[in-house]
Design a binder for this molecule. Structure first.
Ligand SMILES: C[S@@+](CC[C@H](N)C(=O)[O-])C[C@H]1O[C@@H](n2cnc3c(N)ncnc32)[C@H](O)[C@@H]1O
Length: 230
């Protein structure tokens, strides 16, 4: 195997399998960031730029923060958090990996972004229903398929009433079996967000940049207001 990016993806799969054998679905992320030793080229998803599919969508809809509160889930090195900060959001961003969060803090020390180490499944209570704009990029797809509904439920709980959520992910057909990590999402997987009062406002498909491209989806939801029944 001579493509360095493919070599790192293979290493990620190897580490994920080692940790999974010990019953740990998340530990490999921090180990992988540690192995990179400060070299972002060792992290296939980190290019020190905002995600290009999200940016294309954001440019297209003219996304603006106007001081609204944003949360970036599984923020990695924080480039999408920085992008939201540049767009005028007040940004909080978290990741389960302490190494990634330290790295993000160093990279974006000049920005007023609150970076936190936190587990998606044990969020601060004050974060629940607290964010006008929640962004999730490539965090659902590397977590085991048998956790998928729980991951989606956790992400949905951060969105405030009338808030927005954007998901960026690899996509697959409802009847396609995911082959290997990262396991793409299907439209059926995504429909789980709608059980949380999140209505799909936009669904865009882009070509991935692999030799055999895997589609990337950018999906935008809005949470409807909960109306009290008298
Ligand atoms: C494939 S990376 C994507 C990182 C970033 N969103 C990006 O696009 O550059 C997935 C990220 O999710 C984080 N993560 C995995 N499980 C998590 C959990 N339970 N809680 C919070 N973050 C988690 C990982 O540490 C990793 O940084």
């Amino acid at each position: 195997m001579s493509d360095p990016l493919e070599e790192r993806r293979a290493r990620a799969r190897e580490l994920a399998a080692e940790f999974a054998d010990q019953g740990d679905a998340f530990g490999w992320f921090d180990a992988f960031y540690k192995e990179a030793a400060g070299d972002n080229e060792q992290i296939p998803w980190a290019d020190l730029e905002p995600n290009k599919f999200f940016k294309t969508w954001a440019d297209d809809v003219g996304l603006k923060g106007n001081g609204r509160k944003a949360l970036v889930v599984g923020c990695g090195l924080g480039d999408d958090a920085k992008y939201l900060d540049d767009l005028g959001f007040k940004v909080m961003a978290f990741d389960i990996s302490p190494t990634a969060i330290e790295w993000a803090k160093r990279l974006h020390a000049d920005k007023d972004i609150q970076f936190e180490v936190a587990d998606l499944f044990e969020p601060h209570r004050s974060w629940l229903g607290a964010f006008d704009f929640v962004l999730e990029i490539y965090t659902i797809q590397p977590l085991p398929m048998d956790m998928r509904e729980r991951v989606i439920d956790s992400i949905a709980t951060f969105v405030a009433s009338e808030g927005e959520l954007v998901i960026v992910t690899r996509g697959r057909g409802d009847d396609e079996e995911p082959v290997e990590l990262p396991w793409p999402l299907s439209r059926r997987d995504l429909s789980r967000f709608e059980t949380h009062g999140l209505q799909q406002m936009d669904f865009r498909t882009f070509d991935g940049d692999e030799e055999t491209p895997i589609p990337r989806w950018v999906v935008w939801y809005k949470k409807s207001t909960v109306t009290e029944v008298e």
